[in-house]
Write a protein that binds this ligand. Structure first.
Ligand SMILES: [Zn+2]
Length: 390
């Protein structure tokens, strides 16, 4: 078997295992990230107990058919930690949905995607910094302020997405532009419908040149066509924060790597690029260079906020969004049942045998006998010092 084929086998197996053991797969990716980032606080995430916590409690909700731990620390790093990222994506998706619902009668949300030309080998930090500076500069231009007024823009929400493809790093901004709903009066067609495609085209025409000009100030460029894309559909909006490098895909369906490897949809995966999680998966399968890319990505995203609102916008959208406290808040379900109280000795064995996610998959069946059997297996593995990733 060739080297490339053996990677493919590991990845395919991993993707198949995810079907039945989604938590184990997620925690295996987290362990991979922790291995690549020694000293990073991802190492304590879901390993260490919260202060003053005696036992790690394993809960189960029959209605949600889900198990969860309480009493553990979380790292909260949406860029780096697959477990925290998944939670953050849920929080952000919910917030965006709420914002859209709250303002159906007042604002029109339009999504604008800003991209940049890039080539293989170009450092991610350089691209990201250049794009950030260009974006800031663009929004300070007089022309921008005029357009903002013309299009009745009340605020913007910006999410950064980062993928990697055959042409290197591909950072892009997904910006939701919130417009006063009266903009619709300007695009009403004779039959009473609204000509949203016309609005999108008009925005692209007006905003693209300032974006390109701002990029040029920082030594970057964009193509006139794909440099800026305006979309108006609700689905896109709903999807935009959850998709991509920032977080895991919505409801776990879209793994570009999985698609590429299992369905041979090479072209699509190359066009969309690999997410950070795809890179982790490749490193997991033995591809060292993907690990190095993940490390570069970790340095470049440090301190960068993945989701930003312009000042005052959250209030206008009726959003109270405190990601950090929502993330560290313990899960509580109305029908929850305490399945197990895990003391520190046993917890250490679970951590050391990398069975944190695996145990959640077992517990999500809600069967204490199954759980006890799984714990016996973990104890045995610990005695023999065996670590099973899958
Ligand atoms: Zn974490």
């Amino acid at each position: 078997m060739s080297v490339a084929n053996s990677h493919l086998v590991v990845i395919t197996k991993f993707v198949a295992a995810r079907e039945n053991n989604p938590r184990a797969a997620l925690f295996a990716l987290k362990a991979t990230a922790a291995e690549l980032l020694p000293g990073n606080r991802i190492g304590i995430c879901y390993h260490h107990r919260l202060p003053d916590v005696e036992t790690v409690n394993l809960w189960y909700t029959p209605e949600g058919k889900k198990a969860y731990y309480r009493g553990l620390m979380k790292c909260g790093q949406g860029w780096l930690c697959p477990v925290c990222a998944q939670k953050l994506s849920e929080i952000r998706r919910k917030a965006l949905r709420t914002a859209i619902d709250n303002t159906r009668e007042t604002y029109l949300p339009i999504m604008v995607t800003y991209t940049v030309q890039h080539h293989k080998g170009q450092p991610l930090s350089e691209l990201l910094q250049g794009m950030n500076s260009a974006y800031r500069r663009m929004r300070m231009q007089r022309l921008w302020r005029m357009l903002k007024e013309e299009y009745l823009i009340v605020g913007e929400t910006r999410a950064i997405e980062i993928t990697h493809n055959e042409n290197g790093w591909h950072p892009h901004f997904h910006v939701v532009v919130w417009m006063d709903l009266s903009i619709l009066d300007a695009i009403r067609a004779e039959d009473g419908s609204f000509d949203l495609p016309w609005l999108a085209a008009s925005m692209a025409e007006h905003f693209t040149p300032i974006w390109i000009e701002s990029l040029a100030k920082f030594g970057l460029s964009a193509n006139k066509g794909p440099g800026l894309k305006v979309s108006t559909t609700d689905d896109l909006l709903n999807d935009y924060i959850t998709k991509g490098g920032v977080v895991l895909p919505a409801d776990d369906k879209k793994w570009s790597m999985a698609e590429e490897m299992t369905k041979g949809a090479q072209k699509k995966a190359h066009r969309d690029g690999k997410t950070a999680w795809d890179l982790l998966l490749e490193y997991f399968a033995g591809m060292a260079e993907s690990g190095a890319l993940f490390q570069e990505y970790a340095v470049a995203t440090k301190g960068k906020s993945a989701l930003q609102f312009t000042p005052g916008l959250k209030d206008k959208l009726g959003l109270i969004l405190d990601e950090e406290s929502e993330l560290i808040a313990e899960e509580i379900a109305r029908d929850e049942i305490l399945l197990a109280q895990i003391d520190i000795t046993l917890w250490r064995k679970i951590v050391e045998t990398q069975a944190i996610g695996e145990l959640l998959d077992v517990a999500s069946k809600g069967d204490t006998e199954l759980l006890e059997r799984a714990i016996v297996v973990i104890e045995r593995r610990f005695e023999r010092k065996v670590v099973y990733i899958q």
